[in-house]
Design a protein around this ligand. Structure first.
Ligand code: TXA
Ligand code: MG
Length: 336
């Protein structure tokens, strides 16, 4: 066990002292969790294999699941990327800082442990004042997987990070709850058309406005190109069961059956039809729009865990826009 220091940082004006302290921890090869606009990340010096190893160890992450390197200024991209395609350049210019991760061919500087031996590296510039201040002060790329124990829902608050990683990392920067609530969109721009390896906070439609058609990877391509995605993901302790949108009868039936088995059943719904089925602490209504649902999804998983749910019934959302990313997470969580 190590002592984990929790420090609150103001968003308007990230406290110079605390940021300098956190950057110092990174320089010494330590591990610091930091807020981004998507979820909290677990930071370490991306060019220091030993530091990166600590991130894998703290999360209990399998070594075949590569990490994203976070940067704060464009010239850092050129140190890490051997080449960036023209479409990759256009996407970076348009959407960075933001919830977009680009997979590009890596330079020899990036250690194998970061990329799990792949010849590509995933890079993103987060849109968050604390993350940017930390990276700038550290003056180099930092790895940033979501700051949860492997398999658990990604953390959207500093409390979630402490819940999973207290005693396993050096420091947590508390910048309050995150805005988007699900992770960045990962796009392989070594391919043409670019290939979405993980749908996320930036919509396919927005990418296509800038570079024309992009493809969403098939299940088989996911496994081949982004090996880590086969592992159990995003799941609370409770078992996730998906229910069709607006299927009031289906929801009532499932509630009855699981309760007959003696289970305590939580629900997460959004449509007005489903919202009126029950009420109480186990019955969470996350009303439309979809960005609200996304922002609160992982947090609500953790809440229902704390409240002791064995099963969580979740009303599905429509695909398209952020809905595609939400359904991706729901499907993966329900596979657990
Ligand atoms: O929003 C986010 O992306 C958050 C915040 C903290 O920035 N980070 C995050 O990292 O979600 P993580 O490690 O939980 O997810 C990284 C994803 C994984 O699906 C991994 O397989 C993929 O990126 N990935 C990383 N490097 C890759 C590479 N070289 N080729 C293909 N996929 C890669
Ligand atoms: Mg993750």
């Amino acid at each position: 066990m190590i002592e984990t220091r929790l420090a609150t940082v103001s968003l308007e004006n990230p406290d110079v002292q605390i940021i300098a302290e956190a950057a110092e921890v990174l320089k010494k090869g330590g591990v610091v969790a930091f807020p981004t606009e998507t979820v909290y990340g677990l930071g370490a010096d991306a060019l220091n294999s030993e530091a990166v190893q600590k991130v894998f160890a703290a999360k209990g992450r399998p070594s075949d699941n590569p990490l994203i390197v976070h940067i704060a200024v464009r010239h850092q991209l050129m140190e890490l990327a051997e080449e960036v395609s023209e479409k990759g350049e256009r996407l970076a210019k348009e959407f960075w800082p933001g919830p977009l991760t680009l997979v590009v061919r890596k330079t020899y500087l990036v250690p194998e442990i970061v990329t799990s031996g792949l010849d590509t590296v995933a890079i993103r510039m987060p849109d968050h004042p604390v993350a940017l201040a930390l990276i700038e002060e550290f003056d180099g790329g930092i790895v940033g997987p979501s700051a949860n124990l492997t398999g658990r829902p990604s953390p959207t608050s500093a409390n979630h990070v402490m819940e999973d990683l207290k005693g396993r990392i050096d420091m947590v920067l508390n910048g309050g709850p995150t805005d988007i609530g699900i992770e960045s969109t990962v796009v392989d721009v070594t391919l043409d058309p670019p290939l979405i390896l993980r749908p996320g906070g930036l919509h396919k439609e927005s990418l296509e406005d800038i570079v024309g058609p992009v493809r969403l990877a098939s299940e088989e391509e996911f496994l081949r190109r982004s090996p880590g995605t086969r592992h159990r993901h995003y799941a609370p302790n409770a078992k996730i069961v998906l229910v069709d949108r607006e299927d009031v009868e289906g929801l009532k039936r499932a509630l009855k059956e699981f309760r007959q088995d003696g289970k305590s059943v939580g629900c997460i719904v959004h449509s007005p039809e489903m919202a009126s089925v029950e009420s109480g602490v186990f019955f969470k209504v996350l009303p439309a729009p979809i960005d609200f649902f996304a922002r609160y999804l992982f947090r609500t998983f953790r809440e229902l865990d704390h409240e002791g749910a064995d099963i969580i019934l979740v009303e599905q959302v429509d695909e398209g826009g952020l809905g595609t990313a939400v359904m991706d997470r729901l499907r993966k969580a329900s596979k657990a």
